[in-house]
Ligand binder design. Structure first.
Ligand SMILES: *Cc1c(COP(=O)(O)O)cnc(C)c1O
Length: 423
């Protein structure tokens, strides 16, 4: 590099200090691997936090970027946009397989803000301007993004501190507590919003009982059931719709009124989205909502190319197959640091045993959470993972990850964990 300053120096000098960044800068990626500025190669099981659904710089994305990039990059939503409409059709026909309408934005938080507006406007339209039906019930340990709407919806104190006054009208209930949900919902509830599989909160999977209760309350109180699939959607569970995987071996199904997506939805291109059923989508009519960059020709073409490739290359089936391979391998480990493996598809969390962690030399003095400590140790062996809460290490490989990369990850991860115990 010609610049005399290192990336770390430039970062410290010019960038807002809002991120706790690892001291590494990546400059190149290919498939399941990412390379730092010194050329060191890392197996990437972080994928930009479930973003790079097909790994780094997949040919289909390069092709869509260059082809659409040479045709039309941006066009206002004042006009019709073919690529956006095609992407909307894919969401309705291929992902949801249910009629409805789709909106495009640029991030997960924005998509959730859209859901919040949808729920309030729909109650206003249906019950009148004087309605008290404005509350949205969400879950503890949830994560819905960093906008003012997102932090109000998020059921974690740490994202809210210092930002009062928050957007009012949010109630948080313990995740997977049907009785608490029943207790919190009233005539004033406009919507229930939760992640079918909580990501940031530690990889917690909604129980069928909890989802069924949400469904019953929807009927009883005429409210919207909305799923935040920003992290667990777009194929991460091995199905287009994360919640449907949770009902796979049951004879019931719960379907939401609205769903949000981002992260893997664009495979690395920044795009967010939500779908709303035909029953409620009409509430966001002309002039009620919008986004300058939402669903540009370029973003839409790239996202569509990614989603079509996920289907074409069999990535959904691969997710389920690799999950089974991982579970089988891990079940034969005799590794005291790992308490359990949880999650769905390739949204997996290794739950660390905190008692055992306390005995690991260097851990107590590190000042780090167990998850962060392990992520750092694994990174020293050139593999990227992500903490999920204090005690869970997340694996988020690309959806088309081949056997060899899973095997490599299993070897590295196991060796690191066993090494921590014996050192
Ligand atoms: C990451 C995430 C968000 C926020 O998405 P951004 O694109 O960072 O705004 C919202 N909900 C869930 C479940 C997420 O995992």
């Amino acid at each position: 590099m010609s610049d005399a300053k290192t990336t770390t120096e430039l970062t410290d000098e010019f960038l807002l200090g809002n991120y706790g960044r690892f001291p590494v800068a990546f400059s190149r990626g290919q498939g399941g691997y990412i390379f730092d500025e010194e050329g060191n190669k890392f197996l990437d099981f972080a994928t930009g936090i479930a973003v790079c659904a097909l790994g780094h710089c997949p040919p289909v994305m390069q092709k869509a970027l260059t082809e659409q990039g040479g045709k039309l990059i941006h066009c206002s939503n004042l006009y019709q946009i073919r690529e956006q409409a095609e992407l909307g059709r894919f969401v309705v026909e291929r992902m949801m397989e249910r009629p409805g309408k789709v909106f495009f934005c640029n991030s997960g938080a924005e998509a959730n803000d859209g859901l919040i507006k949808l729920a309030r406007k729909r109650a206003y339209d249906k019950f009148g301007a004087e309605t008290t039906k404005r509350d949205i019930v969400t879950c503890r340990q949830s994560f819905h993004g960093r906008t003012l709407g997102g932090i109000a919806a998020t059921g974690q104190e740490k994202v809210k501190v210092g930002f009062d006054p928050l957007l009012p009208g949010f109630l948080h209930v313990p995740f997977n507590d049907p009785a608490a949900l029943r207790e919190a919902v009233s005539e004033n509830t406009a919507a229930i919003l939760f992640e079918p599989i909580q990501g940031e909160g530690g990889i917690n999977t909604a129980t069928v009982e909890f989802m069924a209760m949400a469904d019953r309350l929807r009927e009883q109180f005429d409210l919207l059931l909305m799923f935040d699939e920003v992290q667990c959607g777009s194929g991460r569970t091995g199905d287009w719709c994360g919640w449907r995987t949770l009902f796979e071996h049951t004879d019931i199904m719960v379907e939401p009124d609205a769903v949000s997506w981002a992260k893997g939805f664009g495979g690395g291109f920044p795009i967010g989205s939500f779908w709303a059923s035909d029953d409620c989508a009409g509430s966001l009519g002309p002039g009620t909502h919008g986004s300058t960059f939402g669903g540009t020709p370029l973003g839409s073409a790239v996202s569509l190319a990614v989603l079509e490739e996920i289907e074409r290359c069999g990535a959904l089936e691969n997710v389920k197959r690799q999950e089974a391979r991982i579970r089988e391998a891990v079940s034969s480990w005799n590794c005291p640091l790992v308490e359990s493996l949880r999650g769905v598809g390739l949204l997996l969390g290794f739950v660390l045993n905190t008692d055992e962690m306390a005995n690991v030399p260097g851990f107590s003095d590190s000042g780090q959470t167990p998850a962060l400590f392990v992520v750092n140790e694994v990174m020293k062996q050139h593999m990227l993972t992500v903490p999920a809460g204090a005690d869970v290490v997340r694996w988020l490989p690309r959806l088309d990850v081949p056997d060899a990369e899973i095997d490599e990850a299993l070897t590295i991860f196991r060796e690191v964990l066993e090494g921590l115990v014996s050192r």
